[in-house]
Design a protein around this ligand. Structure first.
Ligand SMILES: *Cc1c(COP(=O)(O)O)cnc(C)c1O
Length: 391
């Protein structure tokens, strides 16, 4: 884990933000490190986890997958959280921070809309104003999530600059924050961005690792391997934090997309180079000259050209191994897990499951493999039907 003073994880992380954002970032840093150890804050956070999010999330032994794949497969069920994924952990946690700072408005960026929905949900719950920036291309592709956010009382602003997708929405959200620092908190949706965001997001998501370590220990025993998919890296860092000090193999699964060619995947640890983007030093997929490369994944949540700085560090030290799974294998696993377990996984999570299937072959019947099921796949059913030709 990194330095809480500087926000560096080895050479990665830090804070590379425009001057106009500094007052807001420094205020966030001061308030967060002050309140996080306060009993009153922890009590409130625990009560919300239990009564609103529905934690602790279950640990499920996947008997039929275990049979079929040849190892003991356990699923950490973040899909059972309110709104169907791990993102609500961070959204509720950061909304609590907004209240601590006396802010009455929250903003967020969103790609496919999952983080936007989680943030709009938190805003509705606490009676905060909410604005979500979304690339106009994504607004078109994700009509239902767009309507969901509006239903929850959020204002959705389509962004038409650049490629009209996530990175452009992020730029726009940062601009809004700079204009409205006084009354607004910006909830970043993954373990990325300038210090202290990667630490805050990892802290709120580390409940996944804490719970699953306890659940495994009380039940079958600690796992031999833990697997999670990596977009920006929040669900993965959340579960890894529970096992970093154990003799447990950790695997982060990136989106291998259609091929290894530039623009055809979003495997930023495998293909990225050191760079500075969205306020942090980390690994980003870049074109010659340092421009950010357009990326692709069948799952919208993994479709980001970079990765959080702590993952860049964990890759460099070798504590976590990063691998990649392609679109077609994720889609296969999406169907197989639905059929064998009665659980439709998010396409993001299907990447982690597909690697678990591969690892199980070599690990042997007795090996315990824990997979972070980061979300449910209802949101992906229409997309899968259209790709797989089931219409
Ligand atoms: C957003 C999302 C991801 C990827 O984001 P991380 O920050 O890497 O966790 C993975 N799974 C689901 C279900 C998501 O919604």
């Amino acid at each position: 884990m990194g330095s809480e003073k500087s926000g560096f994880f080895g050479e990665f992380g830090g804070r590379y933000s425009p001057e106009v954002l500094m007052p807001a970032i420094l205020e966030l840093e001061e308030v967060y490190f002050k309140v996080r150890s306060k009993k009153r804050f922890q009590k409130k956070w625990e009560q919300l986890q239990r009564d609103y999010i529905g934690r602790p999330s279950r640990l499920t032994y996947a008997a039929r997958l275990s049979d079929e794949w040849g190892a003991q497969i356990y699923l950490k069920r973040e899909d059972l959280n309110h709104t169907g994924a791990h993102k609500i952990n961070n959204a509720i946690g950061q909304a609590l921070l907004a209240l601590e700072m006396g802010k009455e408005r929250i903003i967020a960026e969103t790609g496919a809309g999952q983080h936007g929905v989680a943030t709009a949900t938190a805003a509705a719950h606490f009676g905060l104003k909410c604005t979500v920036y979304m690339g106009s291309e994504d607004v078109r592709r994700q009509k239902l999530n767009c309507y969901r956010m509006k239903l929850l009382g959020a204002e959705v602003i389509p962004v038409t600059s650049g490629t009209s997708t996530l990175k452009d929405a992020t730029n726009e959200a940062m601009r809004d924050w700079a204009r409205n620092v006084r009354n607004t908190h910006y909830i970043i949706g993954s373990a990325i961005g300038p210090h202290p965001f990667p630490i805050i997001v990892a802290d709120f998501q580390s409940v996944i690792g804490k719970e699953s370590r306890k659940q495994m220990k009380k039940g079958p025993g600690l796992p031999h391997a833990v697997i999670a998919c990596v977009g920006g890296g929040s669900n993965a860092i959340g579960i890894f934090h529970g096992f970093l000090k154990d003799d447990v193999d950790l695997y982060g699964v990136e989106a291998g997309g259609r091929s290894d060619d530039p623009g055809e995947n979003s495997a930023s640890i495998t293909f990225g180079e050191v760079g500075y983007f969205h306020g942090t030093k980390s690994l980003f997929i870049q074109k010659e000259g340092g421009q950010i490369q357009g990326v692709h994944s069948v799952s919208a949540g993994l479709d980001y050209p970079g990765v959080g700085p702590e993952h860049a560090y964990l890759a460099k030290t070798g504590r976590v191994k990063y691998v990649r799974v392609r679109d077609d294998r994720a889609l296969e696993c999406f169907q197989e897990v639905s059929r064998l377990e009665g659980i439709i996984p998010a396409l993001e999570s299907a990447h982690a499951l597909a690697f678990a299937r591969e690892l199980a072959r070599d690990a042997g019947k007795k090996a315990r493999i824990l997979v972070n099921l980061s979300g449910r796949g209802d949101k992906d059913v229409a997309e899968a039907a259209s790709i797989l030709g089931m219409e």
